[in-house]
Structure formats: C-alpha cells, structure tokens
Design a protein. Sequence first.
Length: 643
Amino acid sequence: MADTLAQKLIRAHLISGDMTPGSEIGIKIDQTLTQDATGTMAYLEFEAMGIPRVKTERSVAYIDHNTLQSGFENADDHRYIQSICKKHGLYFSRPGNGICHQVHLERFGIPGKTLIGSDSHTPTGGGIGMLAFGAGGLDVAVAMGGGTYYITMPKMVQVELRGKLQPWVAAKDIILEVLRRMSVKGGVGKIIEYTGDGVKTLSVPERATITNMGAELGASTSVFPSDEVTRDFMRAQGREQDWVAIGPDEGAVYDESIVIDLSELQPLAACPHSPDAVKSVKEIGNIKVDQCCIGSCTNSSLLDMLKVAAILKGKTVHPDVSLSIAPGSKQVYNMLAECGALADLIAAGARILECACGPCIGMGQSPNSGAVSLRTFNRNFEGRSGTADAGVYLVSPETAAVSALTGVMTDPRTMGDAPAITLPDSFMINDNMIIPPLPEEQTADVEILRGPNIKPFPQTHPLVETISADVLLKVGDNITTDHIMPAGAKILPLRSNIPAISEHCFTRCDPQFPARCKAAGNGIIIGGANYGQGSSREHAALAPLYLGIQAVVVKSFARIHVANLINAGILPLTFENEADYDKIDLGDRLTLPNIREALKTGAPIVMNNETKNESYPLIGGFSERQTAMLLAGGLLDYTRENS
Ligand code: MIC
Ligand code: SF4
C-alpha cells in the first residue's frame, strides 16, 4: 500500500490499534521535550510514577518561558528541573540557551523519529521530517517512562506547494494563507503534509515556521519531507550522520488536498484576535503601529534575524514605535554577534531581549493601552500580550521590520529590493549551555531540589455514580487555554502551585468563577465549538479539577485539551444536538445519572436539566483506555491501578 509520509512514520512506530482515521492508535515515542512552564508539573508526575531513569532515546528539558525572575518562584522551578535532569537521565538546556523548539531543531531533532513535547508548538520538528506532537505534561511523563503515546488516527491533508515565493513574501505568509483557508478549527483530527515542487525552494527554518504554526490550525501535526535541503541543514549543524531521506510513497492517497501557488502569495497578517483572521497587509492599509516584536518559536531563526538586520541596517526605528527582538537561540544570537548583524540591530534602536519566549507569553513587553502591535509570533488571542485592549497582528519578520521603520503597517514590497540572505554552510556549534545526562551509576546521591512554591499534583477522585451539579460557567466558541488558564508574568510563576494558580482560572471571562466554584464544591462547564484551542498547558485541566469541575459539556473540543481533561479525570462530553447548547443557562442544575454505568456499558449518555425539566443526549466517544482512565480518576490513578 502506498503511504503518505505521516502514515509511514506512524506505521514505523505503531504499537497498538489500526490506522483507520478516527480510531485510537498507540505509538512509540523516541524523543521528548519539556519547557519550564509545563515542565515542573510533568516532572512531578514523572516522579509520582517512580521510574528511576527516562527510557527514551533522548529527553530534553528546556528553560525558556519563565525567565523573568521577579521573585524566587521561577528560579526555584529552574533549579528543580535541573536536579530532575541530573537524577533521571535528561539533557538540560540552561536558561539563556534559547526557545525549546528552535534549539531542538538545531541540536536534537532527527528526521524520521517521533517526538512529543509539553508544548503545543512541538510540531516545529516536522520541518525536518519528524513526527512531532504537542501533548499534556502527563502524556510526556508517561512517554519518558517508556510508555505508549495514544492519539486518534488523523486524516491526511496534502498541501501542495507550487512555484516559488516572490521577493519580500515569506514562509509566514504561506502558513497565514493556510490559516485563512482552513481556519483555527480546520486542522482538527488531521495531519498536514507539505508536498509539491515548491517544497525544495524552502529552507529548513522556513519549513519550521510553517509546521510550527500548524498548531494554530488545530492540526495533530504538520510535516515536510526530509530531503537534500534537510541534509544541508543537518550538515551545517554538524549532524549529517543523523540525516535520512523520507517522503511519501508514489501514489499516496490523501483525504483532502489544497494547492498553493507560492508565486501568487503576498504579505499577509492575522488581525486581532485570532490567527485565522487573515487579510493582506495591503488591504489592512497603513494603520499606525505602536510596537513591533520579532522572535518566538515561529520566527527567530538566524535566517529571520539576518533579514531583519539587513532591513534595519543604517536606519533608525520610527520614534513612535518600540521594536523588540529576541533571537531564538544562543547559536543564533552568537552568530548574529559574530557577523556584525547584532550591531546593526542595536544601532537601529532595537530593544534586544534574551533568547526566550518573552513577549510571546506575556513575559514583559506588554504594549501600551489600545496599542497596535505587530508580532512575528503565532498567537494573538485577546489579552495574551498582557494588555487587554491591545490589537496584535501576526506578520512576517519582513513586514514587522519594515513597519518598525515607517511607523505604519507597511507592505514590504514597497521598499525596493529585498535583502538576499543565504544560510551559512556551517552553524557555530557550542553546546556548552546544554548539560548532558549523568551516567546512571552517579545518580544515586543526587538530591531533588524543591522550592516552597512547588506543590504536589492535585487530589483526583474515581468517577462518581451520578454527577449532580450546577452550571458554573457558560462560554462561547473558540475558547482558548489562555482564557481558561491565563499566562503572563504575574501568573506563570504559579505553574507549580495548582491551588494558587486556580485563583486565576477563567478570570478573563468571569472574575467570579473561582469563588463560585469554591462555594459550590462541584460544577459543570458548558462551552461552544473548538473548546480549549491553543496551548498544551494541562493547568487548563488541573485548575478546573482543583476547583471541583466534574464535567465539561461542549459542541466540540480541541485535541490536546480533551486529552488533558481525560488525563485529569474530568469528563469531556459533546452535545449530540448542538442546538441544546442554547437551552442551558448559568446556574441550571444538571444531572448525569448513572454515568459510571453508562461509560462501562456504552449505554447512551443523557444529561437532565432539572431547572428546565429537559433532557439532552450527549456523546462520549471514548476508547476503552480512556473509559478506564475516567473511571479511575485520571491517568495517574489508571497507571497506578494497572502497574
Ligand atoms: C504557549 O505558546 O501558549 C505556550 C506557553 O508555549 C504553551 C505552553 C504553556 O502554556 O506552558 C503551549 O503552546 O503549549
Ligand atoms: Fe514560547 Fe511563544 Fe513558542 Fe509558546 S508560542 S513556545 S510561548 S515562543
């Protein structure tokens, strides 16, 4: 049978299930990554499993999110994760070494291997032909312990790229075009595979920009073939020995196909407040710009930075614009310094930040009130920048740099000749900020260092016979994990402390939510379509768990979030008739009678509205494994019961 590239990678790692779209499959994971904002919880969970040493081929812990140390909390988390790495056999990428996805691509990723990471942008690895998924911390902990990773077998979507990009049009514009066509829900249950003769015109960093932002489509992952371009990149990273060629079989069949003629694309921007609200820069017009931010795991490669430096060279940032630049890794930063491009950025007046997530996750650089902020990032959800009324536009580095000079949103094609930048034959290789694992025999005396802010995993409970609870929150479509569990410099330091972080749960939608939950003791959340899109943060499930939420009933779920709810033992259900959503109000009393029994026997699930005297049929659609997890009270209890 002719396989697509993704099917081939899945087949090579398949442990259980059959590869029919919609059915559950289990795959072997070769590599894992974590970052610090999700990592502490993932390692607490790994510790709870009692496995002495990671069993993957390579597991790496990065410190890149919570790098603003305005109290002891983040530094304590970094130290905890470093001690975990030392004890349990992981690589530790020190703060300052760069953003997890950028560094992983440069130094660890291997074509043909599987990777899961406790960060939704882990599919960046698809840029070099890896099968890479974002996952909740618990799933990553299980994979580190050698356990199988379970997903629903996705459908295969082919995006055929034809021709070549015009000057000033960037890889970012390709993925924005895909988002414009498919929307933030369009990728759910699908793998996006890039094919066609346009592929070979794109370098690895450009491909990685595209696979990175496939997360915003809701896709399971995105993948490019590994070809001669990939080989050149691996060689330049001193890792040619890790390269293999992989691509789809001749005659592979896709469930859907899209064709994009690269030569017809123009500079695009995602308008506030959604990555799929895409228009051309020209159409948006010359709106006044207050801030430009260049960086993030989407656009912080050496290629991106060199382009920006060439645009800014010899010029001055517009007096009304604040321009910040965060190179993606120490390798990028160092090479910019060596070739003099860093001096060009500094001379132009850019505010150079450390190589970390920074403004992308609201760690500083919040724009002024009502600002227009142009960012090369991947998410522009309302309030994520830290300024509730700012409007964030997602653009290419070219558009951001040019607009920083003119002070208004500017189509870079109006600026004359585009800078001609090529990647070097060899990157600067200095892994002195990566601490390799200790040999096992030296780990016995290593002490795990915990700070006072690090609190244990919240209490879970086996599923009750009958759920009887009030609707404590009703929300609409496309609720993001940034709504459920906001990030930013003030809240992120609480990532290891679920009781404390729960005080902020859903407060962007309803400031009274945590207090209402505490008063009620238990509750149900009602939501719309694509509930839980965005980040992989399991805190968006653990905080509701801590607050007593027993079930979330919605029109549809985003992939990683629904897995996190099940892992936490919260029942995720969908409406059989979407119109029933409208019949339920905040405060209604709902019951799910004999729900344990219904899950066990596969009987229809019905939810009664005691307040309105109505009943609504619901869908569970759980696999046997998921049912067992829900009955047990989540993945940790399930693992304990089954080991
Ligand atoms: C994000 O971009 O929202 C994050 C912060 O990287 C998250 C992970 C987190 O919440 O820690 C993600 O994308 O998974
Ligand atoms: Fe970091 Fe932003 Fe990338 Fe998330 S999207 S990993 S916060 S740079």
